[in-house]
Design a protein around this ligand. Structure first.
Ligand SMILES: [Zn+2]
Length: 145
């Protein structure tokens, strides 16, 4: 049977975290919106890759005289993936005891999302000593984390 190679189209979902005012993360002053930004996040996709296009507001705190972005609850700061992807990856490692390379392959095969082993390593290392996932991975003998 010939192996069929299909080009999968991706699904783009849109989410908005745009507010007129947002509390400054440093001094909690209600700060007005100055502009908007956009970020693309890779999410879990069962049939096709799913990308969430997030629009968020950018605010200016008059007390700190600094700009900051409204929080995006579905992703960690700077991440290209939703927290759902991260949780699935960490679950595969901690609950299913899968090696990192296989988790990376599994995420692509089952959820149409490319998470490199390097990214998975960085997630494990995040939070260091206080990170319960890193604690458990260390305890399972996955080497120096
Ligand atoms: Zn402030």
């Amino acid at each position: 049977m010939a192996r069929e190679i299909k080009l999968k189209t991706k699904t783009i979902k849109k989410k908005k975290y745009v507010y007129d005012y947002c509390k400054c993360p440093k001094c909690y002053t209600e700060s007005p919106r100055r502009s908007k930004g956009k970020r693309e996040l890779n999410d879990l996709g069962l049939e096709v890759p799913v990308v969430i296009e997030v629009t968020y507001s950018k605010h200016y705190c008059p007390i700190c005289e600094e700009y900051f972005n409204a929080p995006i609850p579905i992703a960690d700061p700077g991440s290209h993936f939703t927290v759902r992807v991260k949780e699935k990856v960490m679950g595969s490692i901690v609950q299913d005891g899968m090696p990192i390379e296989r988790v990376s392959e599994r995420m692509f095969r089952d959820f149409n999302v490319c998470v490199s082993p390097a990214t998975i390593w960085s997630w494990i290392q995040q939070g260091g000593e206080k990170n319960p996932v890193a604690e458990r991975v260390r305890a399972m003998g996955f080497g120096a984390v």
